[in-house]
Design a protein around this ligand. Structure first.
Ligand SMILES: NC(=O)C1=CN([C@@H]2O[C@H](COP(=O)(O)OP(=O)(O)OC[C@H]3O[C@@H](n4cnc5c(N)ncnc54)[C@H](O)[C@@H]3O)[C@@H](O)[C@H]2O)[C@@H](O)CC1
Ligand SMILES: [K+]
Length: 522
């Protein structure tokens, strides 16, 4: 599903109004009605429930006034708390304030001296707060008074439904620069805004409801370079159906180059991830001394012993064998657990310009490039890189905090600069493609922050590449499936005890889930 910036949403609204002739007041009416429907879905009958609606002077406040009217008509008690002078309301918001007042309903002005007390009293008897203070027009930080009101609401623990976006949240970045409404539900109009689906914004959004306000479909689907929220439906469409005539070669031959003394588990997890993602034939190549122990626990994969250093890591001579083997495979996964041994890093750097098969570069393969990272842009092979924020910071010579504050922009800049697909891991993993497409992944949970989780992901992406997904799709589908498997594993096992191997074990359930809910079209 496409996600948008505030400016893109405004453009869509304006085109609907000006070119399609849908009056803005109709969009606002639809928006308010949809919020009421979501409220009824949460509470059931709203009769005799008490609502406090915090209303700002912009169109978001206008939506709130529509909500107020329909709740009142359905028998609820509604308190409208205005954060502006009635005289400041304009346009469609003005129309809806007039209607409310023409109905003989009072408004309470909380922008005045005793505003805090008015809110305190209102909250003493409120079943639900509706946040219609700021929408996509908000930028920066709320003022001190609004900040106190937001904190009062958050501290009250009364359920909050945010209209379009929680007030205090930046729609484009998901950044929260001061007090921000912590919503239990957010009802957003037309398309999800980026800030609702990336962290920290996603944590303030609560359950996200994306509702139709009658924007023409041609507008919400338009454009070619897009940002998308990954959904199971999209991923299911990309997955190739198993053919009755298929054989091992149909589903891809994958070479996994991973592991070193002390990190043989990384190699095994990557290999098992590749197999469980559906690859036809998988070979694990690793330092010769580790081959017996790796092979002993991997019945379904082949193994290949590579030249090793005295420390049990890949030696420079491994490059030739890897390149030779690459002639017989469709995909390479390179990096998990290789170690930062200088000779191994040199081996990775000698290999990279020679590669021709689509390759997933992870972990120590990326660490090997630090200081020489523009090599990525000169590679012949289609590449997917899967850095976590620390690795991304090292690649770009930035602080981790800088990476985390600019996840989408940096992932896209790196993808374009090096012409690689970038998978920037962490909560709400970002996949950026050199053609400008961005995918935000909603699956996954903190239980997956455990050793080996990234190795499993590398394996899964390689397995999907083997089955013919293009690098952009393989990366995006891989992060979705990996996160969803982690979510199913956490439901059964809890987040605390979750192991990387569990993620792989739950992959079959995810594939079944996708098969059962969607009919792949391909
Ligand atoms: N026709 C449309 O464009 C539609 C808009 N809709 C609603 O309209 C919203 C956007 O409306 P607007 O563009 O009027 O803006 P908002 O209603 O989001 O609010 C912006 C208001 O907050 C003020 N503001 C911005 N940053 C501030 C800060 N840091 N501190 C204090 N005040 C600040 C602005 O000056 C402006 O008055 C959407 O989120 C949505 O809820 C919907 O009604 C659907 C149709
Ligand atoms: K809001």
């Amino acid at each position: 599903m496409r996600v948008v910036t505030a400016a893109e949403m405004r453009q869509i609204d304006q085109t609907a109004i000006k070119q399609h002739g849908i009056p803005g007041i109709v969009l606002m009416e639809n928006a308010g009605l949809r919020v009421v429907e979501v409220i009824e879905g949460i509470l059931g009958d709203v009769r005799d429930q008490v609502f406090s609606i915090i209303v700002g002077k912009g169109n978001n406040g206008g939506d709130g006034l529509v909500v107020a009217r329909h709740l009142l008509n359905r028998g609820a008690q509604v308190k409208v708390l205005l954060m502006a002078d009635p005289a400041d309301f304009q346009g469609d918001a003005r129309v809806n304030l007039n209607i409310w007042q023409n109905m003989g309903q009072p408004v309470y002005q909380v922008n005045q001296v005793n505003g805090i007390n008015i809110i305190k009293v209102a909250l003493l008897n409120t079943s639900m707060v509706i946040d219609a203070l700021y929408g996509t027009g908000f930028h920066g930080v709320v003022n001190e008074k609004v900040g106190r009101i937001i904190e009062l609401i958050n501290d009250s623990h009364i359920p909050v439904v945010a209209v379009d976006i929680p007030s205090g949240l930046e729609a484009d970045t998901g950044q929260v620069n001061g007090p921000c409404i912590k919503a239990d539900h957010t009802v957003t109009f037309g398309l999800p805004k980026i800030g609702l689906v990336v962290e920290p914004g996603a944590s303030y959004t609560g359950q996200l409801h994306i509702v139709d306000i009658s924007l023409p479909r041609a507008l919400t689907e338009a454009g070619h370079l897009q940002k998308y929220l990954l959904t199971g439906e999209t991923v299911a469409r990309w997955l190739p159906p198993r053919q009755s005539t298929g054989h091992k070669g149909t589903y891809g031959r994958v070479l996994v180059v991973a592991g070193s003394r002390g990190m043989v588990g990384a190699a095994r997890l990557t290999t098992r991830g590749t197999l469980r993602a559906g690859a036809g034939l998988v070979t694990l190549a690793l330092p010769a001394g580790l081959q017996p122990v790796a092979a002993a626990s991997l019945d379904e994969a082949m193994s290949l012993a590579l030249p090793e250093t005295p420390e049990g890591t890949l030696a420079i001579g491994a490059a030739g064998v890897i390149l030779e083997t690459c002639r017989q495979v469709d995909v390479l996964a390179l990096g998990p657990g290789l170690s930062t041994h200088p000779e191994t890093a040199a081996m990775v750097k000698s290999l990279l310009p020679e590669l021709e098969v689509p390759t997933v570069l992870d972990a120590d393969a990326l660490n090997a490039l630090v200081g020489d990272v523009d090599m990525l842009g000169e590679a012949k092979a289609p590449l997917i890189i899967t850095p976590h924020p620390g690795e991304m910071a090292r690649l770009l010579d930035l602080q981790v905090a800088e990476v985390q504050e600019n996840r989408i922009d940096l992932a896209l800049a790196a993808a374009r600069k090096w012409r690689v697909v970038v998978v920037l891991k962490g909560a709400r993993t970002i996949v950026a493609s050199p053609n400008g497409n961005i995918y935000i992944n909603p699956t996954g949970n903190p239980g997956m922050a455990t050793g080996g989780s990234g190795d499993a992901l590398t394996g899964i992406i390689a397995g999907l590449l083997g089955q013919g997904l293009n690098p952009e799709q393989a990366a995006a589908a891989g992060v979705y499936l990996h996160g969803r498997a982690g979510d199913l594993a956490a439901e059964q096992l809890g987040q605390v005890s979750l192991l990387a191997g569990d993620i792989i074990s739950f992959l079959p359930d995810v594939f079944k889930e996708l098969e059962n809910s969607f009919v792949p079209v391909r």
